[in-house]
Design a protein around this ligand. Structure first.
Ligand SMILES: C[S@@+](CC[C@H](N)C(=O)[O-])C[C@H]1O[C@@H](n2cnc3c(N)ncnc32)[C@H](O)[C@@H]1O
Length: 465
């Protein structure tokens, strides 16, 4: 069918995206939490291959934040690749390359040279054959110490939405026009049925869907729902496919599954404790938490790391010590962490990213275990994020200025690059910081991000006088 790359819709560009869990700092931090050695020492040269890289802006941001890295993005959509290439050229970022190719066209190299292979939002949207190409490419391109990071729509949560997806796809196929117009027409028909009392979907579904329509860009919806091979995956299927290529699940890459005592109720934990086989246990965890999305980090089985490595990891504060809520909701109940170690971490990070070891040294009473526990709680609450030791990042400022211009229109990557890595930040906060708002400026300075305090050119030009 025209307008598709082997079933994947290729009509509208996918919205710019920076999935923070795929940045090297984040992946390494998650590996350290599982006592698995990361593929590189911080700020040592490395290479990252991103499969299905979308419009390339997320990868370009990483390249600006990691000048010591070499980044390659592969995508089948020429417009995506052209956008990434143009952005890198415009911003003078020369450590990122883009290649326009189908996964089936990517050959196995004679010598693997990548430390990370990432694929966010890809394997649950493509055919089984293409999924297998992603697994194959990861296995053949990763050095022995390298890791694959796969993000995908997971079962069981999507089982209810699967009925909607299949119906919307079928109805959209009967409509004329572009994919956004066809999707909108299909939704309008389903909503008319709902108004007439014939909706096959629950009100809970419509509430969720209406919220998604308000919060997400219009071009996102055909990418999510009009792909012929859309199929949320069970985690044991993905783990099984990677096991056949010699990889084991090193651990989930998202903060929500950092610790079982935060992620599951007591009865669920007792049930999980009775399941010895790791992938069956992980799957049961998905069922207990009604998982909708998974980020899995796969490594080769020999990658045992040092237990102390976590203390040497760098972290950045996403909130101030004074402004933080020292508690957050988790599936296990409300997590409270208004303690000396949590205050020491956030207080110590006010001046910029640090290692947990440095924060511990400056903190009087707390033990190393207290610091690690508090870091887990703060990460779960979204108050801290993995960072890097400082580096000179000559292209970050120009990239951030461009990001700020896009953010004012609700577009672009919602993230900034700085000397301590790349951080996900909301469009409103980016706009406020570039507008000179002091709290927003302080927030990004805490992350090691410096910006020119001049107004974006278009704002200045629009000012009278
Ligand atoms: C849902 S988007 C995710 C984009 C990006 N990873 C992100 O998270 O923003 C999936 C991407 O995979 C690409 N893709 C789909 N099928 C492909 C194939 N067979 N070969 C190469 N790229 C493909 C699409 O063009 C699209 O950019």
């Amino acid at each position: 069918m025209s307008g598709r790359n082997d079933g994947y819709l290729a009509e509208h560009v996918y919205p710019s995206n920076f999935p923070r869990e795929f940045s090297p700092a984040w992946v390494d931090a998650m590996l350290c939490c599982r006592n698995v050695a990361p593929p590189r020492a911080p700020r040592a040269p490395f290479a990252l291959l991103d499969l299905g890289c979308g419009d390339g802006m997320g990868l370009t941001l990483l390249a600006a934040a990691y000048p010591e890295g070499r980044f390659t993005g592969i995508d089948a959509m020429p417009a995506h690749v052209a956008n990434g290439q143009a952005a890198a050229a415009r911003l003078g970022i020369d450590n990122v390359d883009f290649r326009c190719a189908l996964f089936s066209e990517v050959e196995d190299p004679a010598v693997p040279s990548y430390d990370y292979v990432t694929a966010q939002g890809v394997i649950a949207w493509v055919s089984a054959a293409n999924r297998d190409h992603v697994y194959r490419i990861a296995a053949s391109h990763l050095r022995p110490d390298g890791v694959a990071v796969l993000g995908y729509n997971a079962m069981p949560w999507w089982k209810d939405v699967a009925v909607f997806q299949h119906t919307a796809l079928a109805l959209a196929e009967t409509e004329a026009g572009g994919s956004v117009a066809r999707f909108d027409a299909a939704v309008a028909r389903l909503q008319a049925m709902r108004a007439d009392g014939a909706s096959p979907f629950s009100e809970a579904f419509w509430t969720w869907f209406d919220t998604a329509r308000t919060n997400l860009p219009h071009d996102y919806f055909p990418h999510e729902y009009l792909n012929t091979h859309w199929a949320p995956l069970w985690s044991d299927q993905v783990a099984g496919a990677m096991a056949a290529r010699g990889f084991v699940l090193a651990g989930p890459g998202g903060a929500s599954r950092l610790r079982e005592d935060f992620a599951f109720r007591a009865a669920d934990r007792r049930a999980l404790a009775g399941i010895a086989q790791p992938t069956a246990r992980e799957l049961m965890g998905d069922v207990f938490s009604n998982a909708s999305f998974r980020i899995d980090i796969f490594a080769r089985p020999t990658r045992v790391g040092a237990a102390q490595a976590r203390l040497d990891g760098w972290w950045a504060a996403m909130v101030s010590e004074a402004g933080a809520d020292y508690g957050c909701a988790t599936p296990a109940g409300r997590l409270k962490f208004d303690n000396a170690a949590a205050h020491a971490i956030l207080g110590g990070l006010e001046a910029g990213p640090r290692t947990l070891r440095a924060l511990h040294a400056g903190c009087g009473g707390a033990t190393e275990a207290d610091i690690l526990n508090a870091a887990d709680a703060l990460l779960t609450a979204g108050h801290i994020a993995p960072a890097e030791p400082p580096a000179i990042t000559p292209c970050a400022e120009a990239l951030n200025a461009e990001t700020a211009r896009a953010a004012r229109h609700g577009e672009g990557v919602k993230a900034l690059a700085g000397r301590n890595g790349a951080f996900a930040i909301g469009a409103r906060s980016i706009t406020a910081a570039f507008g000179g708002e002091s709290a927003a400026l302080a927030a990004i300075r805490r992350l090691g991000v410096d910006i020119e305090q001049t107004e974006p050119a278009e704002l200045a030009a629009a000012r009278p006088g």
